[in-house]
Design a protein around this ligand. Structure first.
Ligand code: FA5
Length: 336
């Protein structure tokens, strides 16, 4: 049995055949097991010797079997390694890193500039009541001023905020009677004709300061300081008279157009004016102060609302606001 089994084992090159071999010789009905079972029928004096020999053969076969399994496994591994050769020194696939959206980056920059001037961030809601978005800001129903904001209505009394200004009232109600210095960044929505300068969905950063003896000079100083910090010393800014129902007096602020360097000639971005509007502002209207809980004979305040996408456009020379939401990686990857 031993010689035959070992000879056969040497010729085997397959792990499945090897298993059949094991059953044939070492299995419960295998050749060797039969011999060992027959020991009991032998004359007593032969039993120790046959038992001894059978045990030796069993050990030999088991060892040979384990050895053969090892050899075959090694061979199989060597074949696989040779066939599926892998060059571990080749460079891997580059892992592309995500980055912050340009609007997020500019919002962080704006926030930190105002933080240094003592403004804290106050979060206000995106879905607003008509009362806060319009009425408490001196814009009653059917007032022609409503035409300034084409509105997405959720229902008759609820809107997607068209500007961050309703946050002024909410901040005043939250802070009253303390002085206020906050900015309110967030999304706004308008049912607008989309153009290179107008989106239906855009961000604004509202600013509000309320206290005693706050004047238009404070507003001008804060905005000029802001523009210098964000755009550098060489850009020009101008204050222009304007009208908003919730500020009196009101202004709009323009920066010189990046495309034509403020020249205007033939420029589509600034419609040949040389200027691009970035924000509206003014002194908080006495009635709005009252709506927020502040007595306008004691308190005064200024407010502004700026468009971070417009500011990014001006800072980096972007020629179309639609790029901000187009998810075009060629655009987004430029802002590392
Ligand atoms: C307002 O929304 C006023 N609430 C601003 C304000 C606040 C005035 C506080 C006084 C006191 P206006 O509609 O002009 O004003 O928008 C302000 C800024 O938001 C604009 O200068 C522009 O930068 C940005 N903006 C407005 N509409 C869009 C739009 N459709 N797409 C992108 N940016 C816009």
């Amino acid at each position: 049995v031993r010689t035959q089994a070992l000879d056969e084992l040497d010729t085997m090159s397959d792990l499945t055949d090897l298993d059949a071999w094991r059953i044939q010789y070492l299995g419960r009905r295998g050749a060797l097991t039969q011999v060992m079972r027959g020991i009991g029928q032998l004359p007593p004096q032969q039993r120790p010797e046959v038992g001894q020999v059978s045990n030796d053969v069993k050990t030999t076969l088991e060892t040979a079997f384990d050895h053969r399994v090892d050899v075959l496994k090694q061979q199989r591994l060597a074949t696989t390694l040779a066939q599926e050769r892998l060059d571990v020194t080749l460079p891997g696939f580059p892992v592309s890193l995500g980055r912050l959206h340009p609007t997020t980056q500019i919002l962080r920059e704006i926030t930190s500039i105002f933080a240094e001037m003592g403004f804290q961030v106050y979060d206000s809601r995106e879905v607003e009541s008509d009362l806060y978005n319009f009425e408490l800001l001196n814009i009653p129903p059917y007032h022609p001023a409503r035409d300034m904001w084409d509105t997405f209505y959720i229902n008759e009394r609820v809107v997607l905020r068209t500007h961050t200004s309703p946050g002024q009232i909410r901040a005043m109600q939250a802070f009253h009677p303390d002085p206020i210095r906050v900015i309110l960044p967030g999304m706004c929505y308008r049912y607008e004709q989309v153009t290179s300068r107008h989106e239906m969905m855009f961000t604004q950063v509202e600013g509000l300061a309320v206290g005693e003896n706050i004047t238009m000079a404070d507003l001008k100083g804060v905005l000029e300081n802001f523009a210098r910090r964000l755009f550098g010393d060489n850009r020009r800014m101008r204050f222009r008279c304007s009208h908003f129902p919730f500020t009196e007096p009101s202004v709009e602020v323009d920066m010189d157009c990046f495309l034509c360097n403020g020249e205007g000639t033939g420029c589509s971005m600034c419609k040949e004016s040389g200027w691009l509007e970035i924000l509206g502002a003014g002194m908080v209207h006495p009635q709005v102060l009252r709506n927020g809980g502040y007595d306008p004979t004691v308190y005064s305040g200024f407010a502004f609302g700026m468009g971070p996408e417009r500011i990014t456009i001006l800072k980096y020379g972007i020629d179309d606001i639609r790029l901000f939401f187009s998810n075009d990686l060629r655009f987004l990857e430029q802002f590392s």
